[in-house]
Design a protein around this ligand. Structure first.
Ligand code: AHM
Ligand code: MG
Length: 342
């Protein structure tokens, strides 16, 4: 006899009923995100068939080419959150400014959502995993249209965060600050089913994920850590493997399950780092920390960085704590050098 599966909606409802004073708004929001993800899953899976591959012929606010599926994912999530009434507004990597939803219910809603609707979108055309990243914050303003200050909050203020990976199967992984749970979409019944309860990141690992192509632009500390990883291949005990998909969601999802470290350091091309603090770094850092890992920018815990701009970028290192320890020792070289030079 088959074991009865627990669906995402049932799981969210169970968690809501054990939380005292829970009003159900956060649960409603998570369900809306789940529904939008199923629509994107459908579109990503049919991408080659329904003429949504390639550029949309526009650039986003960062001057990067926008894929048609980026636009579709952005619109799908925003429309889903707009009608939900549980969300006061949305900020998206694809939009220059945040959107404050109009209407009495939305203007009274407690939460705002930050989104990277389709992360790793350069991978769409070659059929490699892409993802969605979301972060939910309790707004600071109490009533009326939400404001910029509602979005510019530290990662430690997140009420929930998560990602959806559209891979060989589609999974939704999220945290509300009480551990991390993963749900796999069963397309035959159209439901996300609990498949990875209480995900724990292995404390150590052998996988390192970084774009080696930029190696000569990295700091001495980062180079030193890469050398450590490469040299470990001569050891029998702990040979490291480089695994880099170029989709943050997919790279971190793999490391979360297997143990590993993900790095996107500053370089000449990205002097402030490439990944966005509010849409990518904070939500993924919340997941990684809740699974027992660490995330920082080399000096400061990612979730402690005080944001000043919606599209702020950050250097980021995150993963298994023992790998982070070794990386941090290597990075000390940079800070010593800086002190000597200044
Ligand atoms: P995107 O949000 O525009 O898709 O860019 C973010 C992606 C991340 O998923 C990934 O980690 C990184 O860009 C890869 O960048 P690079 O190709 O420079 O290694
Ligand atoms: Mg992205």
């Amino acid at each position: 006899m088959h074991k009865r599966v627990l669906t995402l909606d049932e799981f969210i409802f169970q968690k809501q009923t054990v939380a005292r004073y829970a009003s159900g708004e956060l649960s409603g929001l998570l369900r809306d995100i789940g529904l939008a993800s199923k629509i994107i899953h459908r579109d990503v899976n049919k991408a080659g068939l329904i003429d949504v591959l390639g550029d949309a012929g526009q650039e986003n606010v960062q001057g990067e080419g926008v894929k048609k599926l980026d636009v579709i994912a952005n619109d799908t999530f925003i429309n889903s959150l707009r009608v939900s009434g549980q969300c006061a507004g949305v900020a998206s990597e694809e939009l220059e400014n945040f959107i404050a939803f109009k209407g009495t219910r939305s203007e009274k809603a407690k939460y705002v959502v930050l989104l990277d609707p389709l992360d790793g979108s350069s991978n769409i055309d070659v059929n490699v995993s892409v993802g969605t990243i979301f972060s939910i914050l309790k707004r600071k303003t109490v009533d009326g249209p939400c404001q910029l200050e509602d979005f510019l909050q530290k990662g430690v203020e997140q009420v929930a965060s998560g990602y959806v990976i559209y891979g060989s199967s589609t999974m939704l992984v999220y945290t509300t600050g009480h551990g991390v749970n993963g749900f796999t979409l069963d397309p035959s019944i159209g439901e996300f089913c609990l498949s990875h309860p209480d995900i724990l990141l292995p404390s150590d690992g052998t996988i390192y994920s970084i774009n080696h192509g930029y190696r000569w632009h990295f700091s001495n500390g980062v180079k030193k850590y890469i050398d450590h990883c490469i040299n470990s291949s001569g050891e029998r005990e702990n040979p490291h493997s480089l695994r880099y998909i170029g989709s943050m969601v997919a790279d971190i999802h793999r490391n979360l399950i297997k143990g590993g470290i993900f790095m996107y350091p500053i370089s000449e091309s990205y002097p402030d780092g490439k990944l966005r603090l509010l849409y990518e770094c904070n939500p993924m850092a919340f997941i990684v920390e809740q699974a027992g890992g660490r995330a920082n920018d080399g000096q400061t815990r990612i979730m402690e960085i005080d944001p000043t701009q919606l599209h702020q970028r950050s250097q980021i290192f995150m993963g298994s704590p023992k790998m982070m320890d070794r990386l941090e020792k290597c990075l000390q070289v940079d800070y010593v050098t800086e002190k000597v030079e200044s």
